[in-house]
Design a protein around this ligand. Structure first.
Ligand code: HEC
Length: 129
């Protein structure tokens, strides 16, 4: 009798534990866009970022950064001056809000990127076939 009770109690615990894990994973999938890895915010500003910032490079180029709003603005201006990024119009403010909120300056200098200065060289030559 006690053995059966013990068994059914352990089985219930196991089911509860497993469903918690499943729900947690489901919540994770909903919060992050599986294609870009961008955090899906309630305001849906991430869509502006997806539409404007992942045409030339992966969203990892953004999500690995921790920049202040001002630094994000500088990054956008540099994209426009050097990489032919178009005028973002009204999307710019939403993109800046989004990036500085979810990929903002955390004050964690250790966690912030340590990157070499950008290369300023022409693209690799295309081989003749
Ligand atoms: C037209 C192409 C293009 C678009 C669109 C574009 N980028 Fe870039 N971006 C580049 C290129 C090319 C590089 C790599 C060159 C480099 O590192 O200097 C880059 C690199 C970056 C980097 C890394 C720079 C560094 O110093 O580590 C950031 C941050 C960035 N882009 C932000 C953005 C944001 C934000 C947007 C959208 C508003 C955007 N990019 C849209 C071309 C683009």
């Amino acid at each position: 009798m006690r053995a059966t009770e013990l068994l059914s109690t352990s089985a219930s615990f196991l089911i509860i534990a497993l469903s918690t894990v499943c729900f947690a994973q489901e919540a994770e999938v909903i919060k992050t866009d599986p294609l870009t890895g961008l955090f899906k915010d309630a305001e849906e500003n991430w869509i502006q970022v997806r539409n404007n910032c992942v045409a030339c490079h992966s969203a990892r180029m953004l999500t690995q950064q921790q920049l202040s709003k001002d630094q994000w603005l500088q990054a956008i201006r540099r994209m426009q001056a050097k990489e032919k990024l178009w005028d973002l119009g009204q999307a710019e403010e939403r993109i800046l809000d989004y990036l500085s909120t979810y990929y903002g300056d955390t004050g964690d200098k250790e966690g912030q990127r340590k990157r070499r200065a950008p290369l300023s060289q022409p693209p690799l030559p295309v081989e003749d076939s």
